[in-house]
Design a protein around this ligand. Sequence first.
Ligand SMILES: *Cc1c(COP(=O)(O)O)cnc(C)c1O
Length: 378
Amino acid sequence: MTVKTCSMIPMLDLKKQIAPIRAEIDAAIEKVIDNTNFILGAEAREFEENAAKYCAVKYAVGVCNGTDAIKLSLLALGIKRGDAVICPSFTYYATAGAIAAIGAIPVFADIDIDTYNIFPESIENILKRNKKYKIKAIIPVHLYGQCADMDGILKIAANFKLKVIEDTAQAFGAEYNGKKAGTIADCGTVSFFPGKNLGAFGDAGMVLTNDKKAADIVRLLSNQGNQERYFHAALGFNNRLDTLQAAVLNVKLKYLDGWNNKRRENALYFDARLKGLALKTPCVAKHTTHIYHQYVLRLNRASAKLVAHLHSKGIDSRVYYPVPLHLQECFKDLGYKKGDFPNSEMAASRTLAIPVYPDLTKDEMEYIVASIKEFIKC
Ligand SMILES: *Cc1c(COP(=O)(O)O)cnc(C)c1O
């Protein structure tokens, strides 16, 4: 049996990721400093071009973070104050926070308990019963790195004349029926938060779309509504992508597929070793690839004790997310209550994510498996 070293196995080790490409990143940063073109410099456009090519999408507009990418997409698609937008109850806060940020109302939908993603029937139930809200859009989230059932969701959206924005913060590089996540619906939004599979050295984000009008509006609004400098055509924001972040992302994008493949290998290793235990390993839907932003296990009881057990063994693990959005304090005025979304509530209490990052060693993975088995047995 492997002997554990004294340091903690973290959820993500960015130092290990950066070390082998450090010289390349340093050179890219130095070039930006030499040019001093810190806002809307050449690297920002270059990264947009590289990302558009990588995703095979017509337009990629760099913005300041993934949350504002959602906000700008909503505005670009004509969603207004007082409109309502469906999103999953089980996701990171920002999905719903961006809806609320433009004065629109988040309407929550439950998730599929196997994929943890919003699913067509759940959305349809809400739409059929809805009398209260002017629902104008759906934001499916490709949670943990696999795509939601986009064909089903797009069909409903067409029936009810709704816009669709894919929250691709956790799934940049995943594919749905051969298309890149974020390029399937009206807009796709990406986060390059440092902990995401493709992470900047600070905040950064992007909007992907094949719709020229939407791309133009996102660009306009992200840059203070500037048509020309000091001529403001719309009430915009300072939501631009930094040149420095773009320079870092230009270097890292080349490595993304390799990193995602390594995550997939690690996930397969865990799948095989954890099979047969009283827990549920991740389930990948037919139509999608999985880039394992998170490797999430579900227990038949609360996961908090396993988190504590792993911590005592020097292994970091996390519950993403312990409180579903319909039960968050900040959304209490929306009037939801416990029991409204049973799958979201079950996921919140019984799941945990274990480390799956590309630089994990075989020894570390073996040790994680052994530590989980020790707990499940007792
Ligand atoms: C990270 C994340 C966001 C927000 O991205 P930021 O770049 O941190 O603003 C939005 N949605 C989901 C699902 C996320 O995981």
